[in-house]
Design a protein around this ligand. Structure first.
Ligand code: UT7
Length: 354
């Protein structure tokens, strides 16, 4: 496709301006309209609403409509964040899309989002794959890039089309996942752009991220990569879909999220008592309860949205944070601890001063 000459972008980047800190300028979310209840799933596999609620806390999840793609909800969530910030797409200097379920493996989801969002050509966009810890990893990268002055306004989007990657014959996994997208715009703490400048909230205090590749098989998409290229045989064996050892993941998840939360709090000179809100990755209510209990955080201070959306992987934390900041449960000045865990294994924690 040829592009008219007058739309060719100016490729000279603006000179770097280092920042003392970065902040979340605004958040946004997008979910597909179609609701898939536990009862709907019980029509497909041998399960029940009661079992799913009791063992996971999930009541329903959202599902992309035919023809709708991950990039559609990713762009919608980003548009929501930009609208709230009072900024046009032209203010975006970098897009980091955190996902495990892109529209296609090539080109990146980030490239598709850049085009759908109307961000000018030339602005870099790339995918970051770190399973359910993806959005926190994206925020960590954006925070560092904004502080060095490499980029001023960075969109970090956690977006998933997991219902396209689950095995609808496997009751161990298909009950858990849903589609959804959460986005945030990260800028320097002194950002003077847009309507959000009047409320310098969302200061990023710190992030820690870890990986242990020795447990790669506990959660994977076995086929479709170089290890086992796509083939009729692989598809017949359903190896192109999510495989998970639920109990193994459960146990690692609790241990890792507790450890990284404690590690980050200590590094920031904070105690659990300083945390006003805990926004954990939403995979299973029992995992969240176990983590909160071990950290000594009462459930009244724990943000939840998995009952409505299930596990949306990289989208769970930004969408939950968005909901709780929008409805005023998380208030300006509150200290927010976030933590996530996923395949890889990867796990992370982040601290914000809203
Ligand atoms: O984002 C990070 C990725 N994923 C996670 O964090 C998931 C972590 N794991 C979990 O959330 C839980 O391990 C599951 C929800 C996946 C499973 O819950 P569980 O309490 O660990 O169940 P289980 O695997 O120990 O299975 C208990 C029983 C089994 O039956 P038997 O062998 O005792 O007769 C399963 O076959 O429950 C059965 N079962 C089900 N029954 C009804 C497993 N899935 C279902 C189901 N409906 N959907």
């Amino acid at each position: 496709m040829t592009r008219p000459r007058d739309t060719v972008p100016a490729m000279t980047p603006s000179p770097p301006r280092a920042a003392a800190a970065s902040r979340i300028v605004a958040l946004g979310s997008a979910f597909p309209e179609q609701v898939l209840s536990n009862h709907d799933i019980a029509l497909r596999v041998d399960t029940s609403d009661a079992w799913i609620r009791e063992r996971t806390g999930i009541e329903q999840r959202r599902m992309l409509a035919p023809g709708q793609n991950n990039s559609d909800i990713a762009a919608a969530a980003a548009r929501d964040a930009l609208d709230r910030a009072g900024l046009p797409p032209s203010a975006v200097d970098l897009i980091i899309t955190c996902t495990n379920t892109p529209d296609r493996w090539l080109p990146s989801l980030g490239a598709a989002v850049q085009a759908k969002l109307g961000v000018r050509a030339g602005v870099p966009a790339y995918d970051l794959v770190t399973a359910c810890a993806g959005w926190l990893a994206g925020v960590q990268a954006a925070d560092a890039l904004v502080r060095t002055g490499a980029y001023r306004h960075v969109l970090v989007i956690g977006s998933e089309a997991l219902t396209r990657y689950v095995d609808w014959t496997d009751r161990n996994t298909c009950i858990l996942f849903g589609d959804g997208a959460g986005a945030c715009l990260i800028g320097p703490v002194d950002s003077a752009l847009g309507s959000a400048a009047a409320e310098p909230r969302g200061r990023i205090l710190g992030l820690h991220l870890h990986t242990d590749g020795h447990f790669g098989d506990v959660m994977s998409l076995p086929a479709g990569g170089t290890r086992q290229p796509a083939s009729l045989e692989a598809v017949a064996q359903r190896l192109h879909l999510i495989h998970m050892d639920g109990l193994e993941v459960f146990n690692h998840a609790v241990r890792c999220m507790v450890e990284v939360s404690r590690e980050l709090l200590a590094a920031q000179g904070l105690a659990v008592a300083d945390v006003d809100w805990f926004v954990p990755h939403q995979a299973n209510l029992r995992i969240i309860q176990a983590v909160a209990r071990r950290l000594g955080l009462p459930m009244e201070r724990v943000a939840l949205n998995l009952h409505k959306y299930g596990n949306t992987s990289t989208a769970t934390i930004p969408t939950c944070l968005d909901e709780y900041t929008q409805d005023g449960r998380i208030q300006p000045g509150h200290t927010v601890l976030m933590t996530a865990f996923g395949g890889g294994l990867t796990w992370a924690a982040g601290l914000l001063r809203w």
